[in-house]
Design a protein around this ligand. Sequence first.
Ligand SMILES: *Cc1c(COP(=O)(O)O)cnc(C)c1O
Length: 498
Amino acid sequence: MKNHEKPVEQKTPAPKFGDMPKEDFRRYGHELIDWIADYFENIEQFPVLAQIEPNWLKNNLPNSAPVTGEDFAKVLADVDKLILPSVTHWNHPNFHGLFSTSTSSVGIFGELLSAAFDMKAMLWRTSPASTELEEVVLDWLRQMMGLNEGLKGIIYDTASVSTLHAIAAAREGLNLSIREIGMSGRDDLPLLRVYTSEQAHSSVEKAVLLLGLGQKSLVKIATDEKFRMIPDKLREAIEEDKTNGYLPFCVVATVGTTSTTSIDPIPEIVPICEENAMWLHVDAAYAGSAAIVPELQSCLKGCERADSLVTNPHKWLFTPFDLSVLYCRHLDLLKRAFSLVPEYLKTNETVTNQMDYGIQLGRRFRSLKLWFIMRYFGQKGMIERIREHCRLAKLLASWIEEAEDWEILAPVPFALVCFRACPQGVKDLDALNEKIMNEINASGEAYISHTKLNGKFTLRVSIGNIRVEERHIEKLWDLLNGKLKEISRKGAKNAKEE
Ligand SMILES: *Cc1c(COP(=O)(O)O)cnc(C)c1O
């Protein structure tokens, strides 16, 4: 029977008007914090990937909302019964798929308080705390990353949206009146071109789609044996496009690509952009966080001359999703591209009104959680954690290198390891590695993901969880070797039987 079909006695019914009574808010609030504390304490007992079949949750929920309010205790009970089994636990220390991202407890406090304020940061006066704290926190982060002062930050939800705004600002800088008359129906506009590497994140292409530039405007530059954009190929492509009468206007380079965390050679890309008066946007969504570590800061070398750069504290700075930062040298262009002030939002304060810098009107008070994190851990604490993740990744890489049946498939500049099993005598290594991955993921013991490098099915292990310890990496290494042995044994047996 469906959970909600049986009428239950209301213990704490919602009052006729107004919010939950304050005594109940206190009680459930404390209960919920306890619930979260227990969750973190016991998180390793959950399967990393949700083990439900598609539609399981939907089929276990009623078709319409309850007509009368329910006891909140019952709602919480359903979190245990229905929501938890449907959760993929990103905070599990053996979540190594995609990028391992996690939230700190103080980050959760930030979310909680920001929900309580429920601020819509559009005008300074509707959100002085959000507007001003954001500026301060982003300046702190800028300094930690070793970026120069010319770069001013603004928070968006995701790197995809940050990159979209960067390319929009770049386009505005062309002075082609696209804001006023658009791009369609014009024969005075050449084909605008954006360049990125073939390893770039799909968000670059999506930005091009949304800006009405079309996929035809995006040029994917080849990469070298270390998956880095080849500057000479970029130069050639720009020159050829110019000969064809196209208008190259933006390069999106990546520091820490999604597949392998490779680093495009920014110092060599910068002069190409400068010679051609092109905007350089750097996608450091993942690796920007690593730049707070002194010995890794050189990964952003050259970015002092970039026009914009995106980094995602929600990826590797223990910040709950979402918080992406766009640093931009020309916030004026961003404002020119997007500022549109209707009468009812006109004010006469000389202040920053954040609605002027993007497509959104209201913004969440996101800087609060990052401020909490920076103050609680301090620069040193944040650096130590990132450094430890890189150490663990290098450790795993060293085990792989020493093992006969495994091989590393890409350099490990940060905390992502790309590798595969390669035992002798196996013909289809792609199938073998895919099987290893699928079986580990199905076991719920860990989550790993894959990519394709030079046509090879490649396993990816990302290490970035705030709760990860060496024992978790040891466990993963045991799992990988155990699966390889098990699959090889079965394979040999099947071969014999055939
Ligand atoms: C994760 C990632 C993105 C996308 O991040 P969202 O915040 O989810 O949009 C973009 N670029 C790179 C290099 C990434 O690693």
